[in-house]
Write a protein that binds this ligand. Structure first.
Ligand SMILES: [Fe+2]
Ligand SMILES: [Fe+2]
Length: 271
């Protein structure tokens, strides 16, 4: 008889795992079980709130204002920038896992997609971690902020709101800001850093696209207008202003509609 694992329980265990290497290993196991078709999709009896997902003691989490300034001119500033990217990738693993665990009545393809995203985030994490190591630092050597997880936690009541705000707003910001980071790294001669960020940018388009696809799926299911729904959610829930400059080309590739692009353009002009 084939052993069957419960997808949601296993994903929850990985989400709450605090040790870095252990977490990556568990994730590989999840993917292997997925490929083997070894999961059952029985909803769990309790659905845990996760105000704080599994993460190591370090980095210390501080408000964004208290983060060190990242001037690329110094070795430390350069490393601080890589560290902030590394922290985002770490959180991105957790937020992809949380999407799987939390929304237990979605089609199987939803879990396939988000487990796939989690795998890519872990790959990004490992790549950036190694690069940071070459710069002489490790994950946890700088403080970091918790914005990504806070929004994930605040959107745990509804996959529609989650898709709108986490992949389509926060991860999409990555598409906007990465090109200028690539330029900065190029200016300081960090070839490997440039190479890594290009991979990240390309993969992130795919993650935002996954968010777009499931956002539209849920809108369709609930008979909602995707444009009105998206803009309402951003206006009502998003902390701070959505400000340009936006990477319209990447956002288009990630499934943003012409109407959404025009709306973003109007925000850009307004700011
Ligand atoms: Fe990533
Ligand atoms: Fe991502």
């Amino acid at each position: 008889m084939r052993v069957s694992y419960n997808l949601f329980e296993e994903v929850y265990r990985c989400l709450m795992e605090t040790a870095l290497d252990e977490k990556v290993q568990q994730l590989q196991m999840l993917q292997q079980h997925w490929t083997e078709g070894a999961f059952n999709f029985e909803p769990t009896k309790t659905l845990h709130k996760v105000p704080d997902a599994g993460r190591p003691d370090k980095p210390d989490l501080v408000p964004p204002k208290e983060l060190p300034r990242r001037r690329l001119g110094s070795k430390e500033g350069h490393a601080a920038l890589m560290h902030s990217i590394l922290h985002i990738e770490f959180n991105a693993v957790n937020l992809a896992l949380d999407a799987v665990y939390r929304f237990q009545d979605m089609p199987r393809e939803f879990y396939r997609d988000w487990l796939g995203v989690a795998g890519e985030e872990a790959y990004h994490f490992q790549m950036v971690r190694e690069h940071l190591y070459h710069l002489g630092y490790e994950y946890g050597d700088f403080p970091a902020h918790n914005g990504l997880w806070v929004t994930t936690y605040e959107t745990d009541h509804d996959p529609l709101v989650r898709m709108a705000l986490v992949p389509r707003t926060l991860e999409a910001r990555g598409l906007d800001v990465t090109p200028s980071m690539i330029q900065k790294l190029r200016a300081v001669g960090d070839k490997r850093g440039v190479e890594i960020l290009k991979i990240l940018l390309n993969d992130e388009i795919g993650h935002v696209e996954v968010g777009t696809r499931w956002f539209r799926y849920l809108c369709h299911q609930r008979n909602l207008n995707p444009f009105d729904t998206f803009t309402d959610i951003v206006k009502n829930y998003f902390h701070g202003d959505l400000k340009g400059p936006f990477n319209f080309e990447a956002r288009q590739d990630a499934g943003f509609s012409d109407e959404e692009i025009d709306w973003l353009k109007s925000l850009e002009t307004a700011s």
